[in-house]
Design a protein around this ligand. Structure first.
Ligand code: PLP
Length: 287
């Protein structure tokens, strides 16, 4: 079945879906994005991603391209047309197309909107989680507004490739204080050597992950205490468990960090349980 993309008001064959060469997303990475997990044809953490999208647009003073209802409709229709049961739906909004010049384009320039959706085999993702994955680390070289989900992802791309080049799945980035900020496309968590669940606080220069936020709710319900406090790579290497979260990855156990085995080198019980709970909740609350 051929894929379909939504581009500026039209559903077009994916292999012919294009934006203009002077789109500001292409020229300046002047745009934002969101990714929803799709469970059984419906979107998980729907409101969280939608709210973050509006915040990202507002922080960058990009016009909201359409009503929330219309956008929801487009997201659902793109999922439907691509017959995605399990996978992701991707939305990108840029400051639109205008003659290349750094300042914002003339008022009224319509933002560009692109939506794509693709299937991900849930069995494959579960098999990966059952074995756990390797993580490596690298200095965090990103700009100061990582709370905004912009398409300016070059440092993240380099970090992810750093992982791939070393046979690892994800790369955790480390700031000037020696603390892990987050993964190249995920939030980072450990259960430290004292048994405390820890993840970086959102006052730090990280993205407030929607999966992270939902997991915070689950932890409250389960009575699991969380410390939102940074940790060093050495602390992570001494941890009982390590894992990372994101739409698409859900909760993914890490079994080594920079070649050092975490715990017994197998996914830990807490990460495994939190993954189950997250998927259960995602499926239940998806819209
Ligand atoms: N951190 C970064 C840098 C990301 O790119 C992402 C997701 O793309 C996340 C964290 C996780 O966010 P979410 O759980 O909303 O997918």
């Amino acid at each position: 079945m051929s894929r379909v993309a939504y581009v500026n008001g039209q559903y077009v064959p994916h292999n012919r879906a294009t934006v203009h060469v002077e789109d500001r997303g292409f020229q300046f990475a002047d745009g934002v994005y969101e990714v929803w997990s799709v469970f059984d044809g419906r979107m998980a953490d729907f409101d969280g991603h939608m709210t973050r999208l509006h915040r990202s647009l507002s922080e960058l003073r990009i016009d909201i391209p359409m009503s929330r209802e219309s956008l929801t409709q487009v997201l659902k229709e793109t999922i439907r047309r691509n017959r995605v049961r399990n996978g992701i739906v991707y939305l990108q909004v840029t400051r639109g197309t205008a003659r290349r010049d750094h300042p914002f384009p003339p008022e009224g320039t319509p933002p560009s909107v692109v939506v794509t959706s693709k299937s991900i085999n849930p069995m494959k993702s579960d098999a990966t989680a059952a074995n756990g994955v390797a993580v490596v680390t690298t200095p965090d070289i990103r700009w100061g507004r990582c709370d905004i989900k912009t398409v300016g992802l070059l440092a993240n791309v380099l970090a992810k490739q750093h992982a791939r080049d070393r046979g690892a799945y994800e790369c955790w980035m480390v700031d000037d204080m020696g603390l892990v900020t987050e993964g190249s496309s995920t939030n980072a968590w450990i259960i430290d050597e004292h048994g405390k669940l820890r993840t970086r606080d959102t006052q730090a220069n990280i993205l407030k992950g929607c999966t992270r936020t939902t997991l915070l709710d689950i932890l409250k319900e389960e009575g699991i205490e969380l410390e939102e406090r940074g940790f060093t790579v050495e602390e992570a290497q001494r941890a009982k468990e390590a894992f990372f979260t994101a739409a698409g990855a859900f909760v993914m156990p890490a079994v080594s960090i920079d070649g050092v085995k975490i715990g017994n080198g197998k996914p830990g019980p807490v990460a495994t349980r939190l993954r189950e709970l997250y998927i259960e909740r995602g499926t239940r609350d998806a819209v």
